[in-house]
Design a protein around this ligand. Structure first.
Ligand code: FVH
Length: 295
């Protein structure tokens, strides 16, 4: 039978680790699901659970009022949308494309435009969870796009995890997700550097990591005190100034090199601090470092 928008409650394009978890959670919640995947074999476990298998992205996208895309990258989504745009839809049917693929904000905006051209409304989503968490409250998923579209899709989306609408502009879920992930990757690189540095003196990871995790975990909340300076740009309320910070960082870099370790994460920090001091901001609080990332 040719799928039409009443074939299923929801369609899922992309059955990788994440897409499969999404489809499984929807089936667990009793929703009827149509699935499509580039490699058809991955549809079999879901077909065995009663999912309808669509031969093309267009057939899947024409089969349900909510269509979730969870492919590898933006180009995959745009390719699927080209296929989808060739399916004619009754004017009444304005299915919602929910793109949970990790994309940049600019790509999310481009997908929103392409979805509209394909006769679909659009939400961008950012999954801040791993597949095993999907379907449970600890899976946080951020969405951006038209608030009315979000409200219409929300009953389906809340099956996947704790869903949160973070704004109307399509790129907002992505930039929030990527900002958090940028802090995570930078922090973990610093943790790796710390273990390697201590290792130069024979300290094992087993010995250092519990103390390291507790120390960093205890320090991170102190970022809250810088919020007024971040949002106002006024860094004149000084706790530790940039000259003090530069001296501290310079010593750690020198110590690492004396011990035969290149602290390349810390030297990146050292360059930012030195740059701000050279701009005449040495007397400002260390919160002024943020201005180097805003230029
Ligand atoms: N897995 C995770 O923990 C993270 C959590 C945060 C969000 N990500 C994003 O989710 C997207 C999918 O990730 P994934 O883990 O499911 O990725 P894979 O298991 O590698 O599956 C990739 C799917 O994409 C399909 N695909 C790849 N290339 C193409 C293409 N050229 N045309 C059509 N589909 C394509 C692939 O199909 P196949 O290889 O099975 O035929 C899979 O369905 C991703 O954006 C993560 O950043 C997950």
């Amino acid at each position: 039978p040719v799928p039409d928008s009443t074939t299923s409650d929801v369609a899922v394009l992309g059955l990788g680790a994440m897409g499969t978890a999404l489809a499984d959670a929807l089936l667990d919640a009793g929703r009827s699901v149509t699935v499509w995947n580039r490699t058809p074999t991955k549809t079999q476990p879901l077909a065995a659970r009663g999912a309808t298998v669509a031969p093309t992205p267009a057939d899947a996208a024409a089969s349900a009022p909510v269509v979730i895309a969870c492919l590898l990258n933006h180009q995959n989504v745009m390719d699927a949308l080209v296929d989808v745009s060739q399916t004619d839809l009754s004017p009444a049917a304005q299915p919602i494309l929910v793109d949970l693929t990790t994309t940049t904000p600019a790509e999310a905006r481009r997908t929103a435009t392409a979805a509209a051209e394909a006769g679909r409304r659009h939400l961008d989503g950012a999954i801040m969870a791993i597949p095993s968490m999907i379907g449970r409250p600890e899976a946080a998923i951020l969405y951006s796009g038209d608030p009315e579209v979000y409200t219409e899709a929300e009953p389906t989306l809340q099956i996947l995890g704790t869903s949160r609408h973070v704004g109307g502009e399509p790129g907002l879920a992505s930039i929030r997700d990527l900002a958090l992930l940028s802090a995570m990757y930078t922090t973990f690189a610093g943790l790796h550097q710390a273990v390697a540095l201590a290792g130069s003196a024979g300290i094992t990871a087993a010995d250092l990591v519990p103390e390291l995790a507790a120390f960093v975990g205890a320090m991170v909340p102190s970022i809250q005190k810088d919020v007024p300076a971040f949002d106002s740009g006024d860094h004149t309320t000084v706790g530790q100034d940039l000259v003090f910070t530069r001296n501290a960082v310079d010593l750690i870099v020198r110590a690492a090199r004396e011990e035969g370790r290149e602290p390349s994460v810390l030297t990146a920090v050292q360059n930012v601090v030195a740059g701000e001091v050279e701009r005449g901001h040495g007397h400002l609080d260390t919160s002024a470092m943020i201005e180097a990332f805003r230029r």
